[in-house]
Design a protein around this ligand. Structure first.
Ligand code: 662
Ligand code: MG
Length: 214
């Protein structure tokens, strides 16, 4: 049967990127998505905003919801200080398999823990599985109608502390209206919109950065 787009993206990385060089993996994926096949990675323009927030927060504990091919996983992990872990959740085994190979190719496997499963099942197990008390940073990039329920679940599981940062992709396109309304109107969050564009296009999109106030 015909290969999938993630498999073709992985093949491009294995063919063109420098093994052990995260930046070359990132650039190869961006080139592939611009010139061969569009894919729903956060991309280079929004990726630069992601980078700046990760550097500013310099998290000791970080969570990503929705690994997909691992593009943002590599982007985040390459900026983490030694000894810190990025936990990334992916419930589709085929995407998880591609992401594992892209993460391995980048050489960042020691900073990343990819867990196969649904966020709704795994978030309540973060303490028992990883000894995580709270997350300093959460990147939301999975199904858009799951951003709000998973944010409420993170609150209920006491996985957010005063100052925890949530960064959400696609708040305009495809859009996450219920999530935006919540973080922008809840007294428990201080929210800020970073205007940008849908990856590899001129369509407006952006990232919403929300600080949990406790
Ligand atoms: C119940 C499960 C929830 N828990 C879950 N737990 C674990 N993993 C989960 C969960 N829910 C989903 N996932 C995984 O995360 C990934 C899903 C990612 C979804 N991303 C988009 O839909 C999107 C679309 C566009 C877009 C824009 C314009 C267009 F024209 C077309 C597309 C752009 C973008 O930047 C986008 O991120 C992956 C495919 C999927 O298996
Ligand atoms: Mg996205």
């Amino acid at each position: 049967t015909r290969s999938t787009r993630p498999q073709r993206l992985l093949r491009a990385v294995q063919k063109k990127a420098i093994k052990g060089d995260p930046q070359s993996v990132i650039s190869t994926i961006d080139y592939f998505c611009r010139h061969s096949e569009w894919a729903m990675n956060v991309g280079d323009e929004k990726g630069a905003i992601l980078d700046s927030v990760v550097c500013e927060v310099s998290p000791s504990t970080a969570l990503e919801l929705g690994t997909y091919c691992g593009y943002s996983t590599v982007r985040i992990a390459r900026l983490l200080p030694p000894g810190t872990k990025l936990i990334t959740l992916e419930f589709n085994p085929d995407y998880a398999a591609v992401a594992r190979q892209i993460i391995e190719y980048s050489g960042l496997q020691d900073k990343i823990c990819l867990v196969e499963g649904a966020s709704g099942d795994l978030i309540p197990k973060m303490q028992e599985l990883f000894g995580i008390k709270t997350f300093d940073f959460v990147f939301l990039d999975h199904w858009k109608d799951r951003y709000l329920p998973d944010t409420k679940l993170l609150e209920e599981c006491q996985l957010l502390r005063k100052g925890s940062i949530l960064l959400a992709d696609n708040v305009i396109c495809p859009g996450t209206p219920d999530y935006l309304e919540y973080v922008r109107n809840s007294p428990r969050y201080e929210s800020k919109y970073f205007k940008s564009h849908l990856e590899y296009t001129k369509v407006e999109d952006g990232l919403e950065k929300s600080v949990f106030l406790g």
